[in-house]
Design a protein around this ligand. Structure first.
Ligand code: HXC
Ligand code: NAP
Length: 264
């Protein structure tokens, strides 16, 4: 992919990426490191975190911590600040997901996803504030279309991601001029754990595909470029927004639109 960003765009910046040890968030971490940022990635599995850091290169560090534990996340953030300096970019992207109807979900199953996604994002953002390089720091939460469009078998993720969208907006108001707070809502991204879990069979895959106006799956590097944009000076007047990078997946029912245009 040809990128519009110059190679040294993030020179001297420090980026902390919660959930950055695989998939979309690892792609964001790699891109930020390529553009010059010092990067820390965080996940629960220490071996996965170490492997991710090695894959990223550019002196990246991998830290094992659970976003549900405020103290552990605070420790990971302090370690990053001590090693690299005050943080310019914080991405909260850790998530858990599985398909289950509400009646097949225990209270703990619902709580588990809400705790990883929503409480985890609160913890990461709450714990980082006094370690940020201000003014000019940029926070990005990774949300999903389920925040807006209800989806069966996804009550936990729908509720959690909707909460993340509102948390983004409230923090943008509260942290005003010093810290910009935005979200990215990816569409279905090829080759990811999320896709494997949410579209485990051809029929479900076809259902997701039908919703995409652009009629192709997204790529990890398309989300990474959006994250770079949001933390760059090109976005310096943007806060409290959720950037859909989803090929038009949130625009409504694609079949219905075709019918309306006489194209079905
Ligand atoms: C019903 C389930 C379940 C299932 C787990 N549980 N899987 N209930 N159906 N398929 C229940 C368990 O029985 C338990 O409840 C509770 O959830 C917690 O389970 P644990 O295994 O103890 O939790 P934990 O070890 O913390 O693991 C969290 C996890 C796991 C979410 C369950 O899958 C995980 O670690 N996921 C991380 C990776 C991931 O999900 N990546 C995809 C993110 S993508 P009880 O009552 O028995 O105690 C994403 C997609 C976006 O968000 C949208 C794409 C279009
Ligand atoms: P993924 O590969 O499963 O990545 C999840 C990351 O979060 C891993 O690094 C994982 O590492 C970490 N993590 C999970 N639970 C954690 C916890 N409790 N504490 C700390 N880290 C934790 O997922 P993905 O599919 O790339 O999705 C990434 C993000 O994009 C998520 O926020 C997801 O909701 C969003 N999204 C994805 C899609 C898609 O198509 N995939 C679409 C829309 C939105 P450990 O397991 O080692 O902890």
């Amino acid at each position: 992919m040809t990128s519009p960003f110059r190679d040294n765009l993030l020179d001297g910046k420090v980026a902390f990426i919660a959930g950055g040890t695989s998939g979309i968030n690892l792609g964001i971490a790699k891109r930020m490191a390529e553009l010059g940022a010092k990067v820390a990635v965080v996940g629960r599995n220490p071996e996965k975190a170490a492997n991710a850091a090695a894959e990223i290169g550019h002196d990246a560090i991998g830290i094992s911590a659970d976003v549900r534990d405020f103290g552990l996340i605070r420790g990971a953030l302090e370690q990053t600040r001590n090693q690299f300096g005050p943080l310019n970019i914080v991405v909260s992207g850790a998530a858990g997901n599985f398909l289950a109807p509400v009646l097949g979900m225990s209270a703990n199953a619902f709580k588990t996803v809400v705790d990883i996604d929503l409480l985890g994002t609160f913890n990461v953002f709450r714990a980082c504030h006094d370690l940020l390089n201000v003014p000019g720091a940029s926070l990005i939460a990774i949300t999903a279309g389920q925040a807006v469009n209800p989806m069966q078998l996804q009550a936990h993720a729908c509720a959690a991601k909707a909460g993340i969208n509102q948390l983004v907006r409230v923090l943008a108001l509260e942290w005003g001029g010093d810290v910009r707070v935005n979200g990215i809502s990816p569409g279905p991204i090829e080759g990811t754990e999320g896709m494997a879990r949410l579209a485990p069979d051809p029929a479900t895959k076809a259902m997701h595909f039908e919703r995409i106006a652009m009629k192709r799956w997204g790529f990890i590097d398309e989300i990474a470029e959006g994250a770079v944009f949001l933390c760059s000076d090109a976005a310096k007047y943007i806060t409290g927004t959720i950037l859909d990078i989803d090929g038009g997946s949130q625009l409504g029912d694609a079949t219905q639109r075709k019918v309306e245009r006489g194209l079905a």
